[in-house]
Design a protein around this ligand. Structure first.
Ligand SMILES: *Cc1c(COP(=O)(O)O)cnc(C)c1O
Length: 440
C-alpha cells in the first residue's frame, strides 16, 4: 500500500505542486463499460476520412487526417536533467500539431459533431447505416444541416473543434465562452463562421447557459463537455492510434516494457477517454498520469473525495485561476471521474511558473510550440522519478529496474494555433521565471 493516499482534499488548499498516486489502480484489465461505443467511434472516424478531406483542404493530402505525430523527446529529457538510459525512452504525442483544431479536442469534438450529422442525415433518408460519410459534405446535406444548430460551452479549444467542424458542415455553430477566454480563440471562431456568446463568470456558467439555450430549441444539439459519451469515445479513439504508432516504431509494451503516459486534464474528458482506451488495449502495462494546475486540480479533488457528490476546487479553497485556460475547470466530469478510480495511476499538479518554464524547455529542446496547458505534460517523468511518491509508486509496480526499459509519452495537447505575439509573450514570461521544476 502506498501511504500518500492519506492526502485529503483540504490539503490541496496550499496550492503546492505534488504527485498523488492511486493505490486503487487495477492490476488486471478493467471491466469493459463503453467498449462497443469506442469501437463504433473508431469506425465512424474512419468512415469520416473522406468527409473531413472534403471539408478541410488542409487535410486533403493526408493519409490519416486525424493522426498526430509521435516523436522522440530524449533531448527534452536531457535538458530537464533526466538521463534517458536511467528513465527510459521519452516521446511526445503531438496533438498540438493536429490540423484544423490544433488540439486534443479534434478527435472528440469532430466525432461528436459527425455523429450528430450522421444521425440527422440518416433520419432524413440521406445515408444508410454504416455508410461512408463523404456525402455529408454535399448540397442536400448542407441544406438540411442549415436548419439545425450545434451549441457548446467551452474554455476555448473544445469550442474551436466543435465550432469549426459544425460550421464547415453547414450547421449554425454557437459557442458559449467565459469572458476571460483567450481573445484570439474567439476571433478565430468568428472568422470561421461560428457565433461566440460571452459570459461573465467561469466556465461552468458558460456551459450551463449553453445547455439551457439548446434545451429550449428542438433543432439544437448541445455538446456537453461534462456528460457526453460521444465526446468521450471520440477521445478514446486516440488509444488505437497510439498503439499503431508504437508498433510501427517497433516499441513493444508488456510487463517488462511498461508504458507511462502523462496527459493534461481539464474536465477530464480528453485524458479520461485516452486513459480508458489505453487501459483497454494495454491493461496493467500502461500507467496513465494526469497533470493539473495547482489552482484547478478538479480531478484530483474528485479522486480524493471518493464519492459522487461533485466536490469543486472552490470547495477546498482554491481559485481556479490559471494561465492554462484549457485546464481551468472547477469541477471534474462525473461521467469520467468514476471510470478513473481503478484506471488512473496518479495525478500531479504544477504552478503557472512551472508551466511557463516547461513551455520554454519544450521550445528550446524540441521546438515544440505549446500553449501553457499542454506544457503540463512535460513534467510527468520527473514527478515519477524524482519525488518520494513517484519512487514509491515505481517500487510498488515492480521495482525501478523496469524503468530503464519503459516508454514515457508526454501528450502535448495543444498550441499550434497560438498567434505569434501570444507565443512571444509566453516565452518572455518563461525567461523571467527561475527554472525550478521540483522545489519540493
Ligand atoms: C481541453 C484541453 C485539455 C484537457 O481536456 P479535458 O477534456 O478538458 O480534460 C488539455 N489540454 C488542452 C490544450 C486542452 O485544450
Amino acid at each position: 500500500m502506498i501511504q500518500h493516499s492519506l492526502l485529503t482534499p483540504s490539503q490541496l488548499a496550499d496550492a503546492a505542486p505534488r504527485l498523488w498516486t492511486n493505490d486503487r489502480e487495477a492490476r488486471m484489465r478493467p471491466a469493459s463499460v463503453h467498449d462497443d461505443a469506442v469501437d463504433a467511434a473508431e469506425d465512424r472516424l474512419k468512415r469520416a476520412h473522406g468527409l473531413l478531406q472534403r471539408l478541410f483542404p488542409a487535410l486533403a493530402a493526408l493519409r490519416h487526417p486525424l493522426r498526430s505525430p509521435l516523436l522522440p523527446a530524449d533531448a527534452l529529457a536531457k535538458m530537464l536533467g533526466a538521463a534517458p538510459e536511467a528513465t527510459g525512452r521519452w516521446l511526445t504525442k503531438c496533438d498540438h500539431r493536429l490540423p484544423v483544431a490544433g488540439s486534443v479536442k479534434a478527435r472528440g469534438g469532430f466525432h461528436e459533431v459527425i455523429a450528430f450529422a450522421e444521425r440527422v442525415a440518416s433520419e432524413n433518408g440521406l445515408i444508410g447505416e454504416g455508410a461512408e460519410l463523404s456525402p455529408l459534405a454535399g448540397s442536400q446535406a448542407r441544406a438540411l444541416f442549415a436548419r439545425h444548430s450545434v451549441v457548446v460551452g467551452s474554455t476555448g479549444n473544445l469550442g474551436m473543434s466543435i465550432g469549426l467542424v459544425a460550421a464547415a458542415l453547414g450547421f449554425r455553430a454557437v459557442v458559449h465562452m467565459s469572458r476571460d477566454a483567450k481573445a484570439w480563440k474567439k476571433a478565430r471562431l468568428r472568422a470561421h463562421g461560428a457565433e461566440v456568446v460571452e459570459h461573465s463568470g467561469d466556465y461552468a456558467r458558460a456551459v450551463a447557459t449553453g445547455r439551457a439555450a439548446a434545451e429550449a430549441d428542438p433543432f439544437a444539439h448541445f455538446v456537453d463537455d461534462e456528460q457526453s459519451l460521444d465526446l468521450f469515445v471520440g477521445y478514446a479513439a486516440a488509444a488505437r492510434e497510439l498503439a499503431e504508432q508504437l508498433a510501427e516504431q517497433g516499441i513493444g509494451i508488456d510487463a517488462e516494457h511498461p508504458l507511462f503516459v502523462y496527459i493534461p486534464c481539464g474536465v477530464g474528458g480528453a485524458p479520461g477517454g485516452i486513459t480508458y482506451g489505453l487501459k483497454r488495449l494495454f491493461g496493467p502495462h500502461v500507467h496513465c498520469f494526469f497533470a493539473e494546475p495547482v489552482q484547478s486540480p478538479c480531478m484530483l479533488v474528485q479522486m480524493l473525495a471518493d464519492n459522487d457528490d461533485g466536490l469543486t476546487v472552490y470547495d477546498v479553497g482554491l481559485t481556479n485561476r490559471t494561465e492554462a485556460d484549457g485546464l481551468a475547470v472547477g469541477q471534474a466530469s462525473m461521467l469520467v471521474a468514476p471510470l478513473m478510480r481503478d484506471r488512473l495511476a496518479g495525478i500531479y499538479t504544477v504552478t503557472d511558473d512551472q508551466l511557463f518554464a516547461l513551455l520554454r524547455a519544450g521550445s528550446d529542446a524540441l521546438s515544440l510550440g505549446l500553449e501553457p496547458s499542454a506544457a503540463a505534460a512535460l513534467a510527468g517523468p520527473l514527478f515519477l522519478t524524482q519525488t518520494g511518491a513517484g519512487r514509491a509508486y515505481l517500487e510498488a509496480w515492480g521495482g525501478r529496474d523496469r524503468l530503464a526499459r519503459a516508454t514515457h509519452i508526454l501528450w502535448t495537447t495543444g498550441g499550434s494555433l497560438v498567434p505569434d505575439d501570444e507565443r512571444a509573450r509566453y516565452l518572455a514570461r518563461a525567461a523571467a521565471t527561475p527554472f525550478e521544476l521540483l522545489a519540493r
